[in-house]
Design a protein around this ligand. Structure first.
Ligand code: HEC
Ligand code: HEC
Length: 192
């Protein structure tokens, strides 16, 4: 009798534990599997038009997701995809990706444009995008080591007014020519 009861008790305990295991919300790492097809494993981008998320600023990440959700930032896929995630899940993923080792992509760049881009950077970008774009600060993202293609797409959107630029930034970048934006893209892509 005694044996039977303890067996039952054990079965009950096991049941409670397995129920608890199912009730636990997915971890940020598990959530991130849904991003890997485009943003790569642990946020090291899988393709040239996708940004890497590894080592990115948490503040920027959360801000970007909010802007995709509200429609303030346009996107090809993110504006739809973001709707499937709660604010809590977004914060958890921001934290997970921020902790991953930054991924510098190896993109072919034009050395002459890299040199011109450095001048543009020193004049117009340095104040916010620290350490040649390798460091983030608050809502200013890491831009160094992203794919050239991704940088060109985003800079094109800033230039055409498709992606909003803050007033503070506009002051610095509004007079840039298309050639200067292009040079800056090569410069950032060259930084490791
Ligand atoms: C089908 C491909 C695809 C999937 C899946 C995907 N993304 Fe994206 N993501 C993109 C693209 C492309 C962009 C650039 C904006 C756009 O065009 O929508 C982007 C941009 C972003 C940005 C802005 C980064 C920056 O540097 O500006 C964040 C943050 C982001 N995605 C997070 C996520 C998270 C978190 C997931 C998983 C829950 C995810 N994405 C899944 C393709 C994808
Ligand atoms: C006043 C500060 C400031 C200056 C100056 C500045 N930036 Fe930015 N940059 C930001 C902030 C903040 C963001 C994020 C904005 C957002 O997503 O709405 C950003 C975003 C970007 C992005 C998008 C990155 C991504 O992953 O989505 C690129 C590319 C970029 N900046 C390039 C440049 C270049 C090139 C220059 C100089 C010509 C420059 N920035 C000057 C603050 C600045």
């Amino acid at each position: 009798m005694r044996k039977k009861w303890s067996g039952l008790a054990l079965a009950f305990v096991a049941l409670v534990f397995s129920a608890a295991a199912y009730a636990v919300p997915p971890t940020a790492e598990i959530l991130s599997y849904a991003c890997a097809g485009c943003h790569g494993t642990n946020g090291a981008s899988a393709g040239p038009s996708m940004p890497s998320l590894a080592g990115q600023s948490k503040v920027f990440f959360i801000d970007a997701m909010k802007k995709f959700k509200s429609g303030e930032r346009s996107g090809t896929v993110m504006t739809r995809l973001v709707k499937g995630y709660s604010d809590e899940q977004i914060v958890a993923m921001a934290d997970f990706f921020a902790k991953q080792k930054p991924a510098a992509q190896t993109t072919a760049v034009d050395p002459a444009l890299v040199a011109q881009g450095k001048v543009v950077y020193d004049n117009a970008c340095k104040r916010c995008h620290l350490e040649n774009g390798k460091e983030f600060e608050e809502d200013t993202p890491v831009v160094a080591g992203q794919w050239l293609k991704y940088l060109q797409i985003q800079m094109g959107e800033f230039r055409d007014g498709k992606r909003k630029i803050s007033e503070k930034k506009a002051e610095k970048v509004k007079s840039l020519t298309a050639a200067e934006w292009e040079a800056a893209a090569h410069f950032y892509a060259s930084q490791k």
